[in-house]
Design a protein. Structure first.
Length: 353
């Protein structure tokens, strides 16, 4: 009897202890799905704090507990994109799409990773899928348009930029790139309008100012182009392209001395800028400074041996310096590189084989 009583007492104590242990367990242990959610939230917090490696580790743990956790795949993909692990990001987006095939953000995210990984055809397809699922998501249209622009599909690119602007009428980048597409399509007045819209939305977006100047030049608005170039250069003095382009506008306005000054400034900023050397050679020719023209054209050729226009300009300079053989040689080289006027000059000057 004593043994039984002792056993009963033990059982009574064990029950009490067990109840205490159960309460403790409930306070510290969660079911796998809830643990996964907790780890997922931790990963998101670490991502927001730009602690990307730690975020990936949390998403790894969440997915180990819950392999069908689509949001965890998506966010791990996003984190891997920030780490420039683009192929791994694509793989995670693949899994997210298998689990949530109708989420536009999965396709858009995968497109971004594919584009970064150099998978442009795949990216274009995914941007299109994202736009199809959510037509009012302007970035999907915009990025597909940019890829089409790069391929030279300007009409298709313009159509995408149109859709981006329809989805977001304040999308400055879409106006800017549509303007650049209009330039490619020789619609210069439309390009000027779009660049002007960009500057209305973002007055400090200087590339739009520089590009509007180029569009105005092509639209034969040299005065407007000069205004834009002057405004741009007043705000940014370290861009050799700006000086070269303003120099070209001054050249077109027959202000050759000022053109030389601008091309010289461009060369000062970038001594390897072959285009500026050649343009200064052309301006020196107009000023009848043939020795300087020949030297500048020679420098352009040294920087780019396939520069047909530089051979033409050096040929003209050599002709005026009474170096007929050198002029003939340069004109023939220009023709060989595809500049047909080189053949005409060589023939008209009696150049022989």
């Amino acid at each position: 009897m004593q043994k039984i009583l002792l056993l009963a007492a033990s059982l009574s104590l064990s029950v009490t202890a067990a109840r205490a242990q159960v309460d403790t367990v409930r306070a510290s242990t969660l079911p796998p799905a809830q643990q996964a959610e907790k780890l997922y939230n931790s990963g998101v917090s670490k991502y927001n704090g730009k602690n990307y490696r730690a975020a990936v580790q949390d998403f790894d743990k969440a997915l180990a507990l819950r392999p069908d956790f689509a949001k965890a795949f998506y966010n791990r993909a996003t984190t891997r994109y920030e780490l420039k692990e683009y192929q791994l990001a694509v793989q995670d987006y693949d899994q997210a799409i298998k689990l949530e095939a109708t989420s536009f953000s999965n396709y858009f995210g995968r497109a971004q990773a594919q584009e970064a990984a150099g998978m442009r055809p795949e990216a274009e397809q995914d941007y299109g899928r994202a736009a199809e699922i959510k037509p009012d998501y302007a970035p999907a249209w915009y990025y597909r348009g940019a890829l089409r622009f790069e391929k030279g599909e300007f009409q298709e690119a313009k159509a995408d930029f149109d859709q981006a602007i329809k989805a977001d009428p304040n999308y400055a980048y879409a106006y800017h790139d549509r303007a650049s597409t209009q330039r490619k399509l020789n619609n210069f007045d439309a390009a000027v309008q779009d660049y002007t819209k960009v500057l209305g939305l973002q007055p400090d977006f200087l590339p739009a100012l520089l590009n509007r100047a180029a569009a105005r030049r092509r639209a034969n608005d040299l005065k407007g182009a000069m205004t834009d170039y002057n405004t741009y250069i007043s705000k940014k003095q370290d861009n050799p392209i700006a000086y070269t382009n303003r120099g070209s506008a001054r050249y077109e306005a027959a202000d050759y001395k000022a053109a030389v000054e601008d091309f010289s400034k461009a060369i000062e900023l970038d001594a390897n800028y072959a285009f500026a050397w050649n343009n200064r050679a052309a301006a020196h020719l107009k000023l009848e400074d043939y020795k300087s023209a020949a030297a500048d054209a020679a420098k352009a050729i040294a920087l780019n041996a396939q520069y047909a226009e530089a051979y033409m300009n050096r040929g003209h300079a050599r002709e005026m310096l009474r170096d007929a053989p050198g002029a003939c040689q340069d004109w023939k080289k220009a023709a060989e590189l595809g500049l047909e006027t080189g053949s005409s000059y060589a023939a008209n000057s009696g150049c022989t084989e």
